[in-house]
Ligand binder design. Structure first.
Ligand SMILES: [Zn+2]
Length: 576
């Protein structure tokens, strides 16, 4: 039974190495291909042989990647199907653990190969650097620690996911409680917010203990790898070749000096519109004018048609890409029973085609998600011509430029969904969301810089460090009577527990996206050409070059932030 929304996809190119008929869910069929690659390495006599060997590894990796993606897509489209779940788990449990050591061995064979030095340096610069990094950081003794780390991460997820409250006689998850923060009735918002905050506080010790266990494991991983602390290890392990911890600290300062004044200004305006004396934590998500939610479309077919028209207006190539996805059924967008929550773009690595999954229900957030995931999809399509598998995807700092810039560019044509005043309201909410994200990003990132450079700190010292950051980046919101909730607010940020240091990437990417948007105000056609040129590079060049190709500076100091904030501010002024 085909549980995928799409039929068999057109091949980008016929396979050369992987047999046309092979079951990629059977390790016994896959292992001989790795044996062949191992045996071929010493037989490579010329650079051409060696490059063929690298491409064949990529062909196998892409076929396996696509197999994994398809199983993931089938499962998320049919959560009620035991068959789909089994197929996905089989791949995760039986195939992936076998793959890792084999792929690692290929990396070692590559690094030790005498022909490596003769490869075109510019062409293989990034590939070579990334492969060397994987081998450099590998430590046998870290494997059980990494298992321990992911178990602790699961405990965190289990704990946060299990929390419910009894709200007016009904049991609700904390996610479900989120919608009450958009209710016009202030007393209701306060009641809902307080209930959630108190529920989290009941588990505060468990969150702290879980985090301390993670901290211990991470410090050991860093020591085993020869780093002075986990911060130094994480920057290296994340392949942050092009920016340093100091650059991140500079970014935090730029948020403080350039963005916080705008945040405070927006908070003052919100206070005035809401007609309240002080802004409280439950006042930040509601529409300040108490208007009914925007309704951009009634059904998903309408959303697709209107999104298509947005891209028609932007650029013929992008429009063609989106139309192709629609025709090949690479879009599964409507919310329905039996679908996993959320939205994502997945790449079908062998066909070199994107797939978009989401749960649209007819709110403005759906339009933002659609444009965002379409940006990722355009990235996949733009890099299609790249034959080296490793270069068909870029680092996250640039992937999110592709998606976030598309939100901003697409928003210029929101009249496809709305009357002009409503379109402006949607743009305003979006821009305010971007401005408001930076301080939280800086708080989360700066907190982790502090944590991992203060070994042996106490719980009280950690809380004090968090509160200092809340003072720096929290703006003018009064937490009076809820001081403990404020001191423990970081417990709800999953990344701190599960993906240490993975957060600043979104801030870096947003700066890139805002630059593409700023460029489009000067010369829309050129901005789009540059954007596509950046996307077309895939991951073949270092980050700063990807940014440059897309018409952006790779820099997160106040000098870069200032004009972008000025533009956002002046645009916001026009949207009232
Ligand atoms: Zn994204």
């Amino acid at each position: 039974m085909n549980l995928l929304p799409f039929e068999k996809l057109p091949a980008h190119a016929p396979r050369r190495f992987v047999p046309a008929q092979i079951d990629l869910g059977e390790w016994a069929q896959i292992a001989p291909l790795f044996d062949q690659l191992d045996a071929r390495a010493p037989q490579c006599r010329t650079v051409a042989d060696f490059e063929r060997w690298i491409l064949d590894q990529g062909e196998l990796a892409a076929a396996l990647d696509q197999e994994n993606s398809q199983r993931h897509i089938a499962m998320t489209c049919h959560t009620e199907s035991p068959e789909a779940e089994q197929a996905f788990l089989h791949f995760v449990e039986k195939i992936e653990p076998e793959l890792k050591p084999r792929q690692f061995n290929l990396a070692k064979l590559y690094l030790a190969h005498p022909l490596r030095a003769q490869l075109d340096q510019r062409r293989y610069e990034v590939f070579d650097r990334d492969t060397a990094l994987r081998v450099e950081l590998f430590r046998e003794e870290n494997i059980p620690l990494e298992t321990e780390e992911s178990k602790l991460g699961q405990q965190y997820q289990k704990l946060s996911g299990s929390l419910t409250v009894n709200f007016r006689g009904e049991e609700k998850t904390l996610v479900q409680m989120g919608r009450y923060l958009e209710e016009p009735d202030r007393a209701l918002r306060e009641e809902a917010w307080t209930l959630v905050a108190e529920r989290r506080l009941q588990e505060a010790d468990k969150f702290e203990e879980n985090f301390e266990a993670l901290l211990k494991v991470r410090e050991q991983i860093a020591r085993n790898t020869g780093f002075p602390n986990y911060l130094a290890y994480a920057f290296r392990a994340k392949g942050r070749f092009d920016y340093t911890p100091e650059d991140c600290l500079k970014f935090h300062s730029a948020v403080e000096t350039e963005i916080m004044p705008v945040v405070r200004h927006l908070q003052t305006e919100r206070k005035r519109l809401l007609g309240v004396e002080t802004l409280r934590p439950w006042d930040t998500a509601v529409d300040p004018l108490n208007r009914a939610p925007l309704r951009p479309f009634a059904e998903v077919g309408e959303m697709v048609a209107r999104t298509q028209r947005v891209f028609d207006k932007l650029d013929a190539e992008l429009a063609g890409g989106f139309a192709q996805m629609r025709d090949l059924k690479l879009l599964d967008l409507a919310n329905r029973k039996g679908k996993a929550p959320g939205g994502y773009q997945s790449t079908l690595a062998e066909a070199r085609l994107p797939f978009i999954f989401m749960n649209a229900v007819g709110v403005q957030r759906d339009v933002e998600t659609m444009l965002h995931e379409a940006g990722h999809a355009f990235h996949t399509l733009a890099a299609k011509g790249e034959d080296l598998y490793a270069y068909r995807s870029a680092p996250i700092e640039f992937c999110e430029v592709a998606s976030m810039a598309m939100e901003l560019l697409g928003n210029q044509h929101l009249e496809e969904f709305y009357a002009p005043a409503e379109a402006n309201r949607a743009r305003k909410t979006h821009l305010e969301g971007i401005i408001g994200f930076f301080p939280w990003m800086a708080t989360v990132d700066a907190f982790q810089h502090w944590i991992y450079t203060h070994p042996g700190h106490t719980r009280a010292e950690r809380t004090a460090a968090w509160l200092a950051l809340m003072n720096r980046f929290g703006g003018d919101v009064s937490w009076a009577g809820h001081e403990s909730a404020r001191a423990n607010l970081w417990h709800r940020q999953l990344h701190i527990f599960l993906h240490p240091f993975y957060y600043v990437e979104y801030g870096i990417a947003q700066l890139g996206a805002l630059q593409v948007w700023a460029n489009s105000h000067r010369d829309a056609a050129k901005a789009l050409r540059d954007y596509q040129a950046g996307l077309a590079l895939g991951g073949s060049r270092p980050l700063p070059e990807l940014f440059t190709a897309a018409g952006c500076r790779f820099d997160f100091s106040a000098e870069t932030v200032r004009p972008l904030v000025a533009l956002a501010r002046s645009e916001l002024g026009k949207l009232n």
